[in-house]
Design a protein around this ligand. Structure first.
Ligand code: BES
Ligand code: ZN
Ligand code: ZN
Length: 468
C-alpha cells in the first residue's frame, strides 16, 4: 500500500475514486459516477456534520467510513481532499486522516491471507494545496510514527498465545534495542535473577507454565541529558487461563490479550527514538504465562514481594496484580519522576466503563491532569476513577499483609488499584486499567477492526513528547 501527500486539485487526480468531505450528516456517504472531464470512476462525498461539532475523532471516523465505502467499490486507487475546516491546523487534520488510513488498512495476516478487496487497494493520496504542503507533511509524518508503534502493539496482541510466550516478548524487545543505534538498552532478568531480587509475587504467577517467566527492562536515554525520568510498566501475561482458579471457556477465548500493556510499552519503545522525548524512559515488563499445573500457585499460598510485603493468594486469576507488584517495586528502585502502569487488569473495569474507555487511578493529581489531557489529544478515551482509602480494609488478609482479591465483590477495579498502590510507596504513579479498549471484540470505530488495538501507545507518545 502506497500512501502519500500529493499537491494538486482533487478533480485532476487520475485515481479510481475521488473522496471529498462535506457538511452533510456525519459519516453519511454519497457515491456518484465521476463528473464529465474527470478520469476517476466515482466521486464519493462523506459528511462530517456541522462544523461546530467536528473534532479530530470525527475526521478519523469519516476517513474510515470513506475507505470502507471505497473498498466496497473494488477499486485500486483513491484520492482524498482535505476537509476545509478553519478551526484546525493543517497538520492536525492530515495527522488524523493518516492515522485513520493506517489504522483502517491494518490487518493481521500471518496465518490467513487478507480478503481480496483489501489486497486490491494499492494507492491512497491525500491531496493538498502547495501552501499547505509543509504542515501537511508534518502531520502525515507524525501519524506514520505513532501508528508504527500502534501497529507493532496490535501485531503482538494478535499473535496466538502458542507463539507469543514470554521469550517472544524478550525477542521483540531485543529487536527494538538492536535497531535503536544505542539510544535504547535492554536488560533481561531470568527467573533466578528475579528470585535474587525477591520477586516472589511475580514468580508465583509463571510457576505453572512450561514457558519460563522473563523480566524485561528497556531504557531510552535522550540525546541531551535530562533530570526527568519515567518508568512505564506493562502487564505482560501472554495467556491468562486463570490458573487453578480456571476461567470458564468463554472468558478464556480472548485472554491472549492479557499482554496488551506490555504490547503498548514495546509499541512505544519501537518509535521512541523518533519521538525523542526529553526524558529518560524505562519500559518494564514482568512477562509470564498463567497456567494450571502441579507446579502452579494455589489459592491459599502466601508469597513475598520485592518490598517485603506478604500476599495471600486467594484467586490465581487475579494474577496481573501479583506480577505488577514486583514490577512496580522494581520501577520505584530506579527513582523515576513518575511511574505509569498499563494493565488489562480487571473485568470489573469493563463492566464500569465499557469496551472503549480505560480507567486511570493515581496518587498524584498533576499526573492525572497530564495523562487525561494527553489521552484527549491522542483520541484515546480515558476516565479517572478514585483510590478510596476507606476500601483498603477489603484487601487486608488475616494471615498476610494483603490478599490478592477483595472481600467484597463490588468495586473490583478500585480494589485492584488499591492493591497496586501498596507497591509504589510515595513515588508519583498512575495506573491505567486498559482491559476494555486493549482488545476489541467488535470494531471500535470505522477505522479500528476487531482484535488488538494498541491502546495507550498514542497517549503515552503524546504525554512524553509534550512534557513541560
Ligand atoms: N486478565 C484478567 C482481566 C480481564 C478481563 C482482561 C476481561 C481483559 C478482559 C484478569 O487477570 C482477571 O482475570 N481478573 C479477574 C480478577 C478477579 C479474580 C478479582 C476478573 O476481572 O475477573
Ligand atoms: Zn486473571
Ligand atoms: Zn490477567
Amino acid at each position: 500500500m502506497d500512501i502519500r501527500i500529493v499537491v494538486g486539485k482533487l478533480e485532476e487526480q487520475a485515481d479510481d475514486v475521488l473522496i471529498r468531505f462535506s457538511e452533510g450528516k456525519a459519516s453519511e456517504v454519497l457515491i456518484e459516477p465521476s463528473p464529465v472531464g474527470c478520469s476517476a470512476k466515482y466521486l464519493l462525498t462523506v459528511g462530517l456534520g456541522e462544523e461546530a461539532e467536528v473534532d479530530l475523532e470525527v475526521i478519523r471516523e469519516a476517513t474510515g467510513v470513506a475507505l470502507s465505502s471505497a473498498r466496497g467499490l473494488k477499486i485500486s486507487s483513491l484520492s482524498l481532499a482535505l476537509p476545509s475546516l478553519d478551526e484546525f491546523a493543517i497538520d492536525a487534520i492530515t495527522q488524523a486522516m493518516h492515522e485513520a488510513i493506517l489504522l483502517a488498512t491494518y490487518s493481521y495476516s500471518e496465518f490467513k491471507k487478507p480478503s481480496e478487496a483489501k489486497l486490491k487497494l494499492s494507492s491512497i493520496n491525500i491531496i493538498v494545496e502547495r501552501k499547505q504542503l509543509a504542515l501537511a507533511q508534518k502531520g502525515f509524518n507524525r501519524a506514520a510514527t505513532l501508528i508504527g508503534g500502534v501497529t507493532l502493539a496490535r501485531d503482538l496482541v494478535n499473535q496466538p498465545p502458542n507463539n507469543l510466550h514470554p521469550q517472544a516478548l524478550v525477542d521483540a524487545a531485543q529487536k527494538i534495542a538492536k535497531s535503536s543505534h544505542g539510544t535504547i538498552t535492554l536488560k533481561v532478568l531470568d527467573e533466578a535473577a528475579c528470585a535474587k531480587l525477591g520477586m516472589g509475587s511475580y514468580l508465583a504467577v509463571g510457576a505453572g507454565s512450561e514457558f519460563p517467566s522473563k523480566f524485561i527492562h528497556l531504557t531510552y536515554t535522550p540525546k541531551t541529558k535530562s533530570k526527568k525520568s519515567f518508568a512505564i510498566v506493562g502487564k505482560g501475561i501472554t495467556f491468562d487461563s486463570g490458573g487453578l482458579s480456571l476461567k470458564p471457556a468463554d472468558a478464556m477465548m480472548t485472554m491472549k490479550c492479557d499482554m496488551g500493556g506490555a504490547a503498548a510499552v514495546l509499541g512505544l519503545f519501537s518509535v521512541i527514538a523518533t519521538l525523542a522525548p526529553k526524558a529518560t524512559v524505562h519500559g518494564i515488563i514482568a512477562a509470564a504465562e498463567n497456567m494450571p499445573s502441579g507446579k502452579a500457585m494455589r489459592p491459599g499460598d502466601i508469597v513475598t514481594a520485592m518490598n517485603g510485603k506478604t500476599i495471600e493468594i486467594l484467586n490465581t486469576d487475579a494474577e496481573g496484580r501479583l506480577t505488577l507488584a514486583d514490577a512496580l517495586c522494581y520501577a520505584v528502585t530506579l527513582e523515576p519522576t513518575a511511574v505509569v502502569d498499563l494493565a488489562t487488569l480487571t473485568g470489573a473495569c469493563v463492566v464500569a466503563l465499557g469496551e472503549e474507555i480505560a480507567s486511570l487511578m493515581t496518587n498524584d493529581e498533576n499526573l492525572a491532569v497530564e495523562l487525561l489531557a494527553a489521552a484527549d489529544r491522542a483520541g484515546e478515551k480515558l476516565w479517572e476513577m478514585p483510590l478510596p482509602p476507606r476500601y483498603k480494609p477489603l484487601i487486608e488478609s488475616e494471615v498476610a499483609d494483603l490478599r490478592n482479591i477483595a472481600t467484597s465483590r463490588y468495586g473490583g477495579s478500585l480494589t485492584a488499584g488499591l492493591f497496586l498502590q501498596e507497591f509504589v510507596g510515595t513515588t508519583p504513579w498512575a495506573h491505567l486499567d486498559i482491559a476494555g479498549p486493549a482488545f476489541a471484540e467488535r470494531p471500535l470505530a470505522s477505522y479500528l477492526a476487531k482484535g488488538g488495538t494498541g491502546y495507550a501507545v498514542r497517549t503515552l507518545a503524546e504525554w512524553l513528547t509534550k512534557l513541560r
